[in-house]
Design a protein around this ligand. Structure first.
Ligand code: C5P
Length: 413
């Protein structure tokens, strides 16, 4: 996502300035070009040489310099970039930007910036909580600048509170969000992910190999594209993407309750969870002791969540997944129809690079008109964006559907 993007990074003089080095590395690792402007105070915390080495570009520190190329100015730097990140942003630069003061290269470049600008405040918690900084941040927000709230925790000055620069990963996520068209804004997307656990005693359960990666990738991609995302997840060793609301569940019955409670509120439902079809008919309250002979477990059917959504969905868009080892397309087609899905994403488990645990997937997307779209092997994040594109395309057809219905309802004289 950041590949070939041009990022201008402004570094100001706070103790968190050293973290700008890691941030630069992460930007460069993802294929972005980075140019750095440092204030005079920032250069006391971290050297321009470090930032130059990591970015692979000259570092700009002076407003009026004969040494740096004459064609480089606050205007040309502002014109060059796709996005401008000020990290860390001290109370001083926030105050200057809010008041329209341009007395060095960074503050004048901020004033000349027409691309999206992100401030990442980092300072002592009392400074951050004070009325002036709060007012200045409010003013920047109202003027269209983005602010990434600092984290709470132990600060370099030994105080506990809000003021810590968020991790490079979080800043990166925010930058990606700023560069992503918000084409899913206004949608409320419910995604299910991960396996379910069906216990038969307090320490044992039946489950499957699902890692949750596909569902989490969908939740993250939808959120970055502006949707309001609720992720109902079975047990997964993954971190909930920033900005996504997580509801953790364990069994299929719990997942069904969580999903059905929120169905009315959703515009799109994507069921990427690998729900166990069966659960032990009985759950022992005590650990089952092993005995000499075999243990027989009776299993009963779990509720088919997606089938129930299909019955109640109304005009909501429903996307399901199918995982098969045999007759993938035939079975997927039957499921699509019987469970009233709008799209089904078929996963061929027999192909390397597809299915559980992998970071990649190989899928075919089937629709209600009989279309099959075969995608090559892709990162799960790319598959997620592709599925969301298909959802958007269906949404775009809604007026067409409505018009069709309206036409049918016209009474002929
Ligand atoms: O019929 P099958 O289980 O293969 O269908 C897979 C799809 O159905 C997936 O989208 C999965 O999340 C969903 N599913 C469900 N409830 C179940 C089993 C599967 O919602 N009990």
């Amino acid at each position: 996502m950041l590949k070939n993007k041009k990022i201008l990074l402004g570094v100001t003089g706070g103790i968190a300035a050293y973290k700008a080095a890691e941030l630069t590395r992460e930007f460069v690792k993802r294929g972005a070009s980075v140019k750095v402007i440092m204030t005079a105070n920032a250069s006391k915390f971290i050297t321009p040489l470090t930032m130059q080495t990591l970015s692979g570009n000259p570092v700009y520190t002076e407003m009026f310099s004969l040494v740096e190329s004459p064609e480089i100015s606050h205007i040309s730097l502002a014109d060059w970039a796709d996005v401008f990140v000020i990290a860390p942003a001290t109370a001083n630069i926030i105050g200057k930007a809010a008041a329209g003061i341009g007395d060095d290269l960074l503050s004048t470049t901020i004033m000349a910036a027409r691309m999206p600008v992100l401030f990442c405040p980092a300072m002592n918690s009392n400074m951050y909580a004070g009325p002036i900084v709060g007012e200045n941040i409010g003013r920047l927000r109202r003027s269209g600048y983005r602010i990434l709230e600092p984290e709470s925790g132990e600060l370099a000055c030994g105080v506990e509170g809000a003021g810590r620069l968020p991790s490079a990963g979080e800043i990166l996520d925010e930058v990606e969000r700023m560069l992503t068209p918000q084409d899913l804004a206004g949608e409320k997307i419910l995604v299910t992910a991960g396996p379910t656990r069906e216990p038969f005693d307090p320490v044992r359960f039946i489950t499957n190999y699902s890692s949750g990666k596909m569902g989490y990738a969908l939740a993250e991609a939808a959120c970055k594209r502006g949707a309001c995302v609720l992720l109902v997840s079975g047990p997964a060793a993954l971190t909930c993407p920033r900005g996504v609301e997580l509801v953790g569940v364990s069994s299929a019955v719990e997942m069904k309750e969580a999903v059905m409670r929120r169905l009315q509120d959703s515009t799109v439902i994507i069921k990427a969870a690998a729900v166990a079809d069966y659960r032990p008919a009985q759950t022992s309250g005590a650990k089952i002791k092993k005995e000499a002979g075999p243990l027989r477990l009776a299993l009963e059917r779990n509720p088919d969540i997606i089938a129930e959504i299909g019955r109640k969905k109304g005009r909501r868009i429903l996307v399901g997944f199918a995982m098969e080892t045999e007759n993938l397309i035939g079975n997927a087609r039957i499921k699509l129809k019987e469970k009233n899905m709008d799209l089904i994403v078929a996963n061929d488990l027999s192909r390397p690079g597809s299915g559980f645990q992998n970071d990649t997937n190989i899928v075919k997307i089937l629709d209600r008109r009989g279309g099959i779209e075969e995608l090559p092997i892709m990162e799960k994040s790319a598959v997620a964006n592709h599925i969301l594109d298909r959802v958007l395309a269906l949404k775009a057809r809604e007026p067409e559907k409505k018009q069709g219905r309206a036409k049918k309802n016209v009474r002929r004289p």
